[in-house]
Design a protein around this ligand. Structure first.
Ligand SMILES: Cc1ncc(COP(=O)(O)O)c(C=O)c1O
Length: 405
């Protein structure tokens, strides 16, 4: 009935083989499939559920909002409150527009950058994913300035003719025809790859030198690395920021924001058109506010501490089984590469062993642990993953690694 059996391709287990579990319900750190099996869940809606599933305050906020109507087509107070909550935490977002998905956020940010600068060319990094926007769906060739080839059938060559793809963690030359450079400040879609020291600062300098805008795609890192996301953690301020996942509390909501002067090109103030029937949806804004309220300093310290412990344990137990493994962690994000070489970009990420990941994935699934079904994704331990639960995961990982070694 559904093409490939899914509504989003990575859910289909294409990278690891087998048939996906069908989720019946979820709570905290766990999901239950339709056959009643429980899994400790490190997918957590691909990072949308930072508090864990079905957080009581979020569920309550959504239920109360639903009683007052599910969508209006006119402004509401909670849209303003959520935009203010974003600006408070991410000061570079002087103006914020709410949308319904990360894809919409990056697509709109690119349009704003082009409208503001009057330039067409954009620069993206190999291995960074910014949603299924035509001009950002570009495969990386090797080399410094691979001109765009469509990364998907159905994307006309013209749509990517102005997209330049360059390797992650190398500051590229930026010409004065470039509208913007878009980057995941911590790359979380080629496994987990941290920015090299000086990389983000270098991008800021290169953009300033060329009069181009710097766009941080913080759909994953926003409200996850800390209240101010990657830009706060690394001390580099972009011109535009895209946000998603955490900010919608598991409902369809995302956002983009930036300097007032840049955002003023957006309709109805300016000539760059962007719109949405469900933008700033009342249920989604209620969920987002209920999540942000719970994310204080203690919550971030707990998340980061536990993720660091999990990464350390995993590296130990998988390594002790005799497998070459690297387990990076950045704040609350954890990755896992079966390789003995450092992973710093897409090429080195692709050199890790995908078959070993697939076997590890299935050994873990059989033991009741749901990992991302692809080696090019990131694990999302949530606040609901207790220290005991993470220790149990490490024990199960030890058994899984021994089984495949
Ligand atoms: C960094 C990044 N940007 C954009 C997107 C697209 O978001 P969405 O799937 O909500 O369209 C994703 C999705 O995983 C992402 O990881």
């Amino acid at each position: 009935m559904l093409p490939g059996g899914v509504d989003s391709p990575v859910r289909a287990f294409g990278a690891v083989g087998g048939t996906p579990y069908f989720v019946a319900r979820a709570e905290g750190a766990y999901v239950w499939d339709v056959e009643g099996r429980r899994y400790t869940d490190y997918v957590q809606s691909w990072g949308a559920s930072i508090l864990g599933h079905a957080n009581p305050a979020v569920v309550d906020a959504v239920q109360r909002a639903a009683r007052d109507g599910t969508s209006f087509g006119a402004p509401t107070e909670r849209e303003v409150l959520l935009a203010e909550a974003i600006r408070e935490r991410v000061p570079s977002c002087e103006r914020v527009r709410l949308v319904s998905s990360g894809t919409e956020a990056t697509m709109s940010a690119i349009r704003v950058a082009r409208g503001y600068t009057g330039r067409d060319r954009i620069v993206k990094f190999a291995g960074c994913y910014h949603g299924h926007v035509d001009e950002l769906l570009v495969t990386a060739g090797s080399g410094v300035a691979t001109f765009g080839l469509p990364g998907s059938a159905g994307v006309p060559a013209g749509a990517v003719a102005d997209t330049v793809v360059v390797p992650y963690n190398v500051v590229p030359q930026i010409g004065d025809d470039v509208a913007c450079v878009i980057v995941e400040p911590v790359a979380a879609n080629m496994g987990l790859v941290a920015p090299a020291p000086g990389f983000l600062e270098g991008l800021r300098g290169a953009c300033d030198g060329a009069g181009a805008l710097l766009v941080f795609d913080e759909v994953v890192t926003g409200f996850r690395l800390g209240p101010g996301g990657a830009q706060e953690r690394y001390g580099v301020t972009p011109d535009l920021t895209t946000l998603g996942k955490v900010v919608g509390g598991g409902l369809p909501l995302a956002a983009f924001g930036g300097r007032e002067e840049v955002m003023s090109v957006l309709a109805p103030d300016g000539p760059v058109y962007q719109a949405g029937t469900l933008s700033g949806n009342p249920l989604a804004t209620a969920a987002g506010l209920a999540v942000l309220e719970q994310l204080d300093g203690a919550a971030y310290r707990r998340l980061e501490g536990r993720a660091g412990q999990l990464a350390g344990w995993l590296a130990d137990v998988v390594g002790e089984a005799g497998l070459d493994v690297i387990v990076p962690s950045v704040g609350p994000l954890v990755g896992l590469f079966f390789t003995d070489r450092p992973v710093t970009d897409y090429e080195s990420a692709k050199a890790a062993d995908p078959k070993l990941y697939a076997r590890f994935f299935h050994e873990m699934l059989a033991r009741g642990v749901a990992l991302p079904p692809s080696p090019f994704e990131t694990w999302f331990p949530s606040l609901a993953h207790t220290k005991d639960e993470l220790e149990r995961t490490a024990d199960l990982a030890a058994a899984a690694a021994r089984a495949i070694a």
